[in-house]
Design a protein around this ligand. Structure first.
Ligand code: FNR
Length: 344
């Protein structure tokens, strides 16, 4: 298991942790939800359940695609699967492209079903793969849905990355042929309304905006370059709040997952208030698994989810849909973005 690709998977994990950002730096700090002094609600009235990808889930929170493809990351996938099953959250595995090329690595992904037999588990491949690859990735882990990641910025910075990005035709075929929800996903660079319009035009019904503000593949891949000369791209992309504001330009919307920089339950509440259907979290979960241990991570996530419910209470939200009704104020920078992008 010491192929170049396996090594890259290990490096991504260690570099994501190396560049892990504290919650104080979150782009969600550009959004304030206004306090209402009269919630007129009890915690027992709060229902955080929601429907996602055809299944009922306990919270509108997804443990995002991260890893698999090496011995170390196979162990991480086992822990993530156990974690998701324990707290009843949907989860995704990292890109399975490596296991399509090297079938001996499939077990580092399939292991998630050993620990999470009944939960909502999402497969993941890169755009550019064909329908057969998409089906193979789904079968490899008996997935309930498929994420296809679009990561042009990452590939361009990556020394060994792709240099051809004709993706829409293959994406359209996958969406048309697969009998499962297909989520087209960024990897931390965000999406404009125009990108999402193009995706919807080919039949895409689920997007994961994955904006800037958390794990930065610009920083990770630049660090992996022999000469680190693309550091000027560190701030490339739209933040997650900016991407969510972009969605206001659409007359009809897909189901929206917001990931990228979600660390606290308040970040997730803000994402849902800005119009997301689900909040996704990657780097923060990894940070807890790496810097503490499995048992402490379960405790952290349990508290996180309890606090999410308390914030629903505080914002007078008895259902996830109610979170959309919040009064919000934006920082001057975010407000300027909205104005320049003609978002009302
Ligand atoms: C990722 N991410 C990712 N996404 C994807 O679609 N396929 C993948 O293989 C990976 N690999 C990966 C590895 C590691 C170590 C991390 C931390 C992340 C991206 C991830 O799903 C998410 O979009 C971004 O990390 C932004 O969310 P956070 O980390 O800011 O919560």
């Amino acid at each position: 298991m010491t192929s170049q690709q396996s090594h890259r998977k290990d490096e991504h994990v260690s570099l994501a942790e190396k560049f892990h950002q504290p919650a104080e730096n979150s782009s969600f700090n550009q959004v304030r939800i206004l306090h209402q002094s009269l919630p007129e609600l009890a915690l027992s009235d709060v229902d955080a359940t929601t429907k996602f990808a055809g299944k009922q889930v306990a919270y509108p929170v997804l443990i995002e695609a991260m890893t698999g493809g090496s011995e170390q990351t196979g162990k991480l996938n086992a822990q993530i699967a156990q974690l998701a099953a324990t707290v009843h959250l949907p989860m995704a595995v990292g890109s399975q492209s490596v296991a399509l090329k090297q079938p001996e690595l499939a077990e580092t992904f399939a292991v998630v079903r050993d620990y999470n037999q009944d939960g909502l588990v999402i497969a993941n491949i890169g755009a550019g793969h064909n329908v057969a690859d998409a089906q193979a990735a789904v079968e490899m882990i008996s997935a309930d849905a498929l994420q296809v990641h679009i990561n042009a910025a990452q590939e361009v910075i990556m020394p060994e990355g792709d240099r051809e990005f004709y993706w829409l035709d293959q994406l359209a075929a996958i969406v048309a042929k697969l009998n499962l929800p297909v989520i087209v996903k960024e990897v931390g660079f965000g999406m404009t309304a125009k990108t999402v319009q193009k995706l919807m035009a080919i039949g895409v019904k689920y997007v994961d905006l994955s904006g800037r503000g958390g794990t930065s593949f610009a920083r990770i891949e630049n660090f992996r370059r022999p000469a680190k000369e693309m550091a000027y791209l560190d701030d490339w992309g739209l933040t997650t709040p900016e991407s969510l504001l972009e969605m206001r330009k659409l007359s009809s919307r897909p189901v929206i997952v917001a990931s990228g920089g979600i660390k606290t339950p308040l970040d997730a509440v803000k994402a849902l208030a800005l119009g997301a259907d689900m909040a996704g979290m990657a780097g923060e979960v990894l940070h807890h698994l790496i810097t503490t241990d499995y048992a402490a991570t379960v405790e952290w996530l349990r508290h996180w989810l309890q606090d999410f419910k308390r914030l629903m209470l505080l914002t007078g939200s008895s259902t996830v849909k109610d979170l959309r009704k919040q009064s919000m104020v934006f920082s001057p920078e975010l407000e300027s973005f909205a104005r320049q992008r003609f978002i009302s």
